[in-house]
Design a protein around this ligand. Structure first.
Ligand code: FVH
Length: 324
């Protein structure tokens, strides 16, 4: 089943049909410019932002009922993923995982030729590289993306999205992609966007993990999370201000503590955090690995390093190789 948005039917293009041709009558089979596959929290936000910018879109979701509110706003509804892919030259995919993406694309081989696939699903660099090769073998262009925003931020100036893959296709559709959030292109290797995405998310989870542990520790003496957070946020803001200096130490391979905050001193504080967590009945699982990293670096003879010295330990999985 396919419910066209209008009746400007044209032949399916056999090559990507870029933004610069947006004023021509109709791009896909129904004149729709963009198809959005996946209407979870994020896919819905993406579709709403495109509709809000006046774009003609076709949407598809495995559970069809999620498409109904968008149909009410003028989106065309495709009855299958293959129909959605065939309906527009630009196809934006935002599903739970790459297994779902592979499922959906492999059922639409005949529709892929000439499309540009922008996959905003979270995955690994290898996932992205594998699927890029497969998609390109089917005659389509591939761009991988990492969304650095939560759904309510989509379309706002705070959202940014990382892209990598076919540069020409990205240039063609940059204008459209900028509707969703600031578009940052990282290069032709499709694996780069997921690599940056996962690295940024890793920093976020470190922050959230530290926040949860700190709040639980304060909470063990009935300090309310809200009250504690009033103190925590300015402290963390001050600490993020130190990150560029730590990055400089990493880039110059000069890890010596210049300001007196030596690892040998910090290891005592970490030990006290763990001992206090245990004494207060708080799980110390989030902080214990930090102690192990510090112990290793100190055992290598680098107790005079700043926290930046731990980069040497983290950056190599082989502990024997990172005492340099
Ligand atoms: N929401 C967020 O905060 C983050 C922000 C950063 C980027 N992520 C990534 O975006 C992908 C989608 O996330 P989401 O928030 O939309 O996730 P859900 O609301 O859980 O929706 C999942 C959609 O995937 C569909 N789906 C799942 N499995 C399959 C499958 N085997 N075949 C086809 N579709 C599938 C699901 O369909 P349904 O359950 O409604 O039928 C939803 O459309 C994700 O990679 C995040 O990491 C979001």
């Amino acid at each position: 089943m396919f419910e066209p948005h209008d009746d400007h039917s044209t032949a399916t293009p056999n090559r990507p049909d870029p933004d610069r041709a947006d004023t021509t009558p109709g791009h896909g089979r129904s004149g729709h410019e963009i198809s959005v596959l996946g209407l979870g929290a994020m896919g819905t936000a993406l579709a709403e932002a495109l509709l809000g910018a006046g774009r003609k879109i076709t949407v598809w979701n495995r559970s069809a009922e999620k498409a109904a509110p968008l149909a009410g706003r003028g989106a065309g509804i495709a009855g299958s993923a293959a129909e959605a892919i065939g309906a527009a030259p630009l196809v934006i995919i935002c599903l739970l995982d790459y297994a779902a993406v592979r499922d959906v694309l492999s059922g639409a081989v005949d529709q892929l030729v000439g499309r540009t696939i922008v996959n905003l699903t979270n995955g690994t660099p290898q996932d992205a590289r594998d699927i890029a090769t497969w998609v390109e073998d089917q005659g389509a262009s591939y761009i991988d993306g990492g969304i650095m925003a939560v759904p309510p931020m989509i379309g706002s100036p705070d959202a940014f999205i990382l892209y990598s893959g076919t540069a020409e296709a990205f240039d063609d559709y940059r204008q459209t992609l900028e509707i969703l959030g600031a578009a940052q292109f990282l290069g032709p290797d499709a694996g780069l966007a997921p690599l940056y995405d996962l690295a940024l998310l890793s920093a976020m989870y470190g922050l959230f993990g530290g926040f949860l542990h700190a709040t639980a520790l304060a909470g063990s003496e009935k300090v309310e999370a809200g009250r504690f957070t009033e103190m925590l946020v300015p402290w963390l803001n001050a600490m993020t201000g130190v990150l560029p200096e730590i990055a400089r130490q990493i880039d110059t391979h000069n890890y010596a503590a210049a300001d007196g905050s030596k690892l040998a001193m910090q290891a005592v504080a970490i030990e006290n955090i763990i001992a206090t967590s245990n004494a207060q009945g708080v799980d110390s699982g989030l902080i214990v690995p930090m102690r192990a990293l510090m112990a290793h670096r100190i055992a290598c003879g680098f107790g005079g390093d700043d926290i930046a010295g731990l980069y040497r330990v983290v950056a190599s999985r082989k502990r024997d190789d990172n005492c340099g």
